[in-house]
Design a protein around this ligand. Structure first.
Ligand SMILES: CC(C)(COP(=O)(O)OP(=O)(O)OC[C@H]1O[C@@H](n2cnc3c(N)ncnc32)[C@H](O)[C@@H]1OP(=O)(O)O)[C@@H](O)C(=O)NCCC(=O)NCCS
Length: 177
């Protein structure tokens, strides 16, 4: 990673343009891993999605069956949004089976520079601060960068599940905090 200053922030209305610049590298906000409630930005509007993101940190604000989550964005010192990551505070059945506690994505122009590693380290610290004791993180079979990221962070492979939606196996790992 180069020496630029990186910061992790929670969604804020001040970062609307960098958010859209980040999203423009993907088909739609809905397709971005680790974007949390910001996936609603195109349909509901950016400001509403920020509000939903911040509300969704608290379990009493989320829909029945859903879990609270915290989303962080990675920015550099030129105000470019480089990545997004979210931490689900607990696992429901779907998350336990394959979604896991954490999702993440880095802008395609900025991959392989250590940014996902930086984001994941931040989220591991944050999870520790919430007294979480272990995290399940999954990746699709063949997602080499994602699996390396998980293993480098201390992830231990547990097992795989075939997921019809992806037509592939999803590999489950646990990180002890
Ligand atoms: C997975 C993803 C977040 C990794 O982001 P990144 O910033 O490139 O990752 P890092 O630079 O921190 O690298 C993490 C590890 O993956 C390796 N890596 C990164 N890109 C790689 C590639 N294209 N091929 C092989 N290894 C790669 C790195 O070398 C590093 O391992 P190492 O330290 O042992 O060498 C990024 O590829 C991405 O956004 N993918 C699309 C979304 C996605 O798949 N999310 C995960 C869903 S499970």
């Amino acid at each position: 990673m180069n020496t630029q200053i990186l910061k992790m922030i929670e969604p804020t209305v001040e970062m609307e343009q960098p958010f859209w610049d980040f999203c423009s590298a993907f088909d739609s906000p809905k397709d971005i891993d680790g974007i949390g409630m910001m996936r609603h930005a195109a349909d509901e509007g950016f400001a509403k999605a920020v509000e939903l993101s911040l509300l969704s940190r608290t379990q009493s604000n989320v829909k029945p069956g859903w879990v609270a989550q915290t989303t962080f964005w990675l920015f550099n010192d030129q105000n470019q949004m480089l990545g997004t990551i979210d931490l689900r505070h607990e696992l429901n059945e779907l998350l336990f089976n394959w979604g896991g506690h954490v999702g993440y994505a880095v802008h395609p122009d900025h991959r392989h520079k250590g940014y996902a590693t930086f984001m994941l380290n931040h989220v591991l610290e944050y999870a520790r601060s919430r007294s979480m004791d272990r995290l399940m993180i999954s990746c699709q079979e063949g997602n080499i960068a994602s699996e390396k990221l998980i293993l480098n962070a201390g992830g231990i492979y547990e097992n795989s599940f075939f997921v019809d939606e992806y037509n592939k196996d999803v590999r489950r790992h646990w990180i002890t905090l």
